[in-house]
Design a protein around this ligand. Structure first.
Ligand SMILES: [Zn+2]
Length: 252
């Protein structure tokens, strides 16, 4: 049973990763997600089923387009592999059930946000709002499991969580902007904090702040050394902390 389940999860993770690469390519260019078929960016040849098997297609074609032999970036199979791995970790902690499917459904959007923020320094609204939507659906599901209808618990833990995370991050950004005299925290980041609050709940707030703050400092130093820039994307630190704490909550 374990092998069947893990095989299913790996396949699901790879397919979600493939979806994620489509988001990374299409969302910043404001292209519709699924309206048109995937095509080679160079020769525009439509990609068939054979070209679209995650990871495998790339390996079999040695990283080249079958039509024009142009190189296909290794970012694609890499993204798919990361997505597969993130889903496997979720499975190992939570098993395969409706609850864990909500978490896996968030994976392609988390990866897309992370990569898009690294490339363009924005967290696109539509992706953040989708994560908020999946988080809301998960709350409704958790609520439906609760036979005693202890609404107040879900309300206080998650919904006040969303507002508390949002408010504190906005406030910190406001103070930092005054002190450093430059824009320190984008509104995209504040919205992501709200999403984190909605998923993680209010009790995880201090851990999220400490973890994402620490990661952001490490990341900012690395960014400065690599690119000689003071401005760095905050999203990846937030997204890594979010995913890590979500996994960690599975142990409690
Ligand atoms: Zn091509």
């Amino acid at each position: 049973m374990f092998y069947i389940e893990i095989f299913t999860v790996i396949c699901l993770g790879l397919v979600l990763g493939s979806f994620s690469t489509a988001l990374i390519y299409r969302v910043p260019k404001k292209l519709p997600w699924g309206a048109e078929r995937s095509a080679c960016p160079k020769c525009k040849a439509n990609l068939g089923v054979l070209d679209l098997v995650p990871v495998l297609s790339w390996c079999l074609s040695a990283g080249k387009c079958r039509h024009c032999s142009d190189e296909i970036s290794a970012v694609y199979p890499l993204t798919e592999t990361v997505s597969g791995a993130l889903c496997v970790f979720i499975y190992l902690v939570y098993g395969l059930n409706i609850s864990s499917l909500f978490l896996m459904a968030s994976v392609p959007f988390l990866i897309a946000l992370c990569v898009i923020d690294l490339k363009y320094m924005i967290l696109p609204n539509q992706l953040v709002f989708i994560l908020m939507g999946i988080g809301g659906a998960r709350l409704l599901y958790l609520f439906s499991l609760d036979e005693n209808f202890q609404t107040t618990d879900i309300l206080t833990v998650y919904i006040t969580g969303a507002f508390a995370y949002g408010f504190i991050s906005w406030f910190l950004g406001f103070v930092l902007t005054k002190v450093l005299k430059k824009n320190s925290l984008g509104f995209g980041d504040v919205k992501f904090f709200m999403v984190a609050g909605l998923w993680l709940g209010i009790y995880a707030l201090p851990y999220f702040m400490i973890l994402s703050g620490t990661l952001a400092i490490v990341f900012a130093l690395g960014w400065r050394m690599a690119f000689k820039q003071d401005v760095f994307p905050f999203g990846p630190a937030l997204i890594v902390s979010f995913y890590f704490l979500l996994l960690l909550q599975g142990f409690f």
